[in-house]
Design a protein around this ligand. Sequence first.
Ligand code: RIB
Ligand code: CA
Length: 345
Amino acid sequence: MDVDTGIDDSLALLYLLASPEAEIIGIAATAGNVPAPAVAANNLAWLDVCRAPAIEVALGAEEPLAIPLRTTEDTHGPQGIGYAELPVSDRTLSDRTAARMWVELVREHPGEIVGLCTGPLTNLALALRLEPELPRLLRRLVIMGGAFHHPGNTTPTNEWNVHVDPEAAKEVFDAFSAAPAERRPIVCALDITETIEMRPKHLALLAERAGSAPVEMVSEGDGPEIRSATSNPIIRYLTDAVRFYFDFHKLYDQGYLAHMHDPFAAAVALDPGLAITRPATVDVELTGTLTRATTVADWAGMWGREPNADIVIGTDPDQFFDRLIGRVGDFARTVYPPQEGRANR
Ligand code: RIB
Ligand code: CA
């Protein structure tokens, strides 16, 4: 996982921890929503809350490849996890950089690793500079990023992860230009991820599934000082995190909901069958005055270049939420059985 945790990145982590078929062999902390050290701390803290085994968390570059870092605490909260206040972990960070972890893991496990990127592509680009063979050493790559036939969420045409580091995004898509069809990155862009709308009812269903009490129905009237009191710590912190995202989407007239970009990409990484995809050649605008960091898809071979991406053009959001609630709810119940949960105030 290469993440910029982040509220929805947090859900992507929970989804994978909750999925028996997934083995997380490394978490790269990429600067984006918040600076890389905060991203790393958030992941270590979530691993503690989830009573997860030791998983390597490696610190990424401080800045994007070519421009100063821009973060977005207004979207994800001062720490990057909304209103949640996770206990600080005493787990230690990896002693290798995120880029080196990428390179060394794919060399150790050639053809076996599915890479999942839910933040800017800075560290993957740095890894590709170290190991140009990386696209052939990965089993598959799934990227949450970009916007095609859909408005941007950061400028009118660009999406946050690409906006933070457009040079890195271009280097990544260029590097996969020679990838065989079955190795093309699966791209989950805003076109599809903005159809994955989490609402308060989904948090209530998660609490019910986890046997957490009380089952709370958060609402837009809840003030920023409110904190969840539900018994299961995973559900409690998750509720506090996601409520901030609900407030943010409401503030920007998208409704009292939250687009679950990153856990959707995580679900596709485990089961590409969730997504209908279409091949295209993707490139990134770097010099446009109005359009810098815009992802452009050539669906029809107009550029005379081979496709370098499988773009997700269809899915069933309800099927995704059934999986998310089933897996994360059962996981939370297993980690904190209902009678124990109350003891974990
Ligand atoms: O544009 C949405 C993406 O940007 C998500 O990955 C979110 O976490 C932010 O990183
Ligand atoms: Ca993210």
